[in-house]
Design a binder for this molecule. Structure first.
Ligand code: FEO
Length: 401
């Protein structure tokens, strides 16, 4: 059965959701599924904006066939060549032999890499500022390199004032009939997944996102149609503000997240004790995570969200406990910046975790590590309560600064 929704009079959503896939990119758990959005413009010309992941091909083609209603497909615009969007290009060409493929020079290079052909006979190569007249709608092409791959571009429809934003403004989460952000409680039900999607997929490329936001600010945009998650047609300022913060690495909340690694519970106990002391001193909305039991993508999302971080971990094989080491590595890979951090280490002998965590954090831009740090020998003793209180005082002072 087809499942489509009109976005405007001439544009229809023909995407599909996958609630069976366990790991997006074979990395990220997606407990709420994921949608792959694609859009059809019916004008004097017919245009498909992007395809979908192979996992939802059947639903997508049923949708596309229904919306085209026997009309030929004139153009396929390829905004992004990652296979979660480009997987169906070969099938589109086989089903719609007249179709022309619209992309930039890099798009066709990647087409060749993925499909063994650059479809030169049907290629329409566009560059920044080029347009495609489709009748009453004219599509404008805006290059968006590294949001999220080098070939990425976005497409602006000047008739309906829609920005087809590729991965930009996307989110994990299946669409459940309500394809518009104003039809759901986005702040309650979607924001965490939108942040987790952004920070883990595009987080490294803040400068590139800033470049796209600057270009977008010159357009009159009534609607943002991303390739994942809900469409924005109201309160665009809300999501633009989030993107402004995320892409400049500014925290959303002045709050503390405590991230601990603990083999037998002793480091966890210290982390919880610190949380209690912070709360008693007035810190609110504290979050505590066991890095061994929380997927690193959720930790990264929370790290982007807040201003203050505490890292607590034992020494392991003369290094940092592996799960914490992996988190610190991921933080660097994703360009985490602008944080205040504190360190707690544990070790039964030859502790080196604090020194190594401090060195890892020193590699991040604009991350201040507090001088006060706690060293636990196997288990924290009552006599160390004063040290923990001092650390809590310093964190709260910094929070209130
Ligand atoms: Fe949703 Fe970069 O692909």
């Amino acid at each position: 059965m087809y499942n489509v929704r009109k976005v405007t009079e001439d544009i229809t959503w023909v995407g599909a959701s996958d609630r069976r896939l366990a790991l997006f990119e074979n990395i990220f758990p997606i407990h709420r599924g994921v949608s792959y959005n694609a859009y059809v413009l019916l004008d004097e010309k017919t245009v498909l904006l992007d395809t979908v992941d192979a996992g939802v091909a059947g639903q997508f083609f049923e949708n596309l066939d229904y919306v085209l209603a026997e009309r030929p497909l004139d153009y396929l615009v390829v905004n992004h060549m990652e296979p979660d969007h480009c997987a169906m290009i070969g099938d589109i060409v086989r089903r719609y032999p007249e179709v022309k493929i619209v992309g930039n020079v890099k798009t066709f290079g990647m087409l060749s890499q993925f499909f063994g052909t650059d479809y030169a006979e049907r290629a329409v190569t566009v560059k920044e500022g080029d347009t495609l007249s489709c009748g009453t709608h004219t599509l404008h092409f805006v290059m968006a390199p590294m949001v999220h791959w080098p070939e990425a571009m976005v497409t602006y429809d000047d008739a309906d004032k829609i920005l087809f934003s590729a991965d930009g403004f996307g989110s994990f989460g299946a669409l459940n009939g309500n394809i518009f952000a104003d039809e759901v409680d986005f702040d309650r039900d979607w924001l965490d997944d939108a942040r987790r999607y952004y920070t883990n997929i595009v987080g490294k490329f803040g400068a590139s996102v800033q470049g796209l936001l600057k270009k977008a600010s010159g357009l009159e945009i009534a609607m943002i149609c991303p390739l994942h998650g809900p469409i924005w047609r109201e309160n665009l300022a809300y999501i633009l503000d989030k993107y402004q913060k995320w892409s400049t690495y500014e925290p959303e909340d002045k709050a503390v997240v405590i991230l601990y690694a603990s083999m037998y519970g002793n480091t966890a106990s210290a982390a919880d004790a610190l949380a209690g002391m912070l709360a008693a001193k007035g810190a609110g909305e504290i979050a505590v995570y066991d890095v061994s039991n929380t997927h690193v993508s959720e930790l990264i999302s929370e790290i982007f969200r807040v201003s203050h971080l505490v890292f607590a971990a034992p020494t392991y094989n003369s290094g940092i406990y592996p799960m914490m080491d992996n988190l610190l590595h991921d933080m660097k890979a994703l360009s985490v910046q602008k944080k205040t951090a504190a360190i707690i280490e544990n070790g039964t002998w030859a502790s080196t975790a604090a020194k190594q965590m401090r060195a890892a954090l020193a590699e991040l831009k604009d991350v201040t590590v507090l001088d006060t740090q706690i060293s636990i020998k196997s288990a924290m003793k009552r006599e160390q309560a004063k040290e923990l209180e001092a650390l809590a005082d310093e964190i709260v002072k910094s929070l209130n600064a």
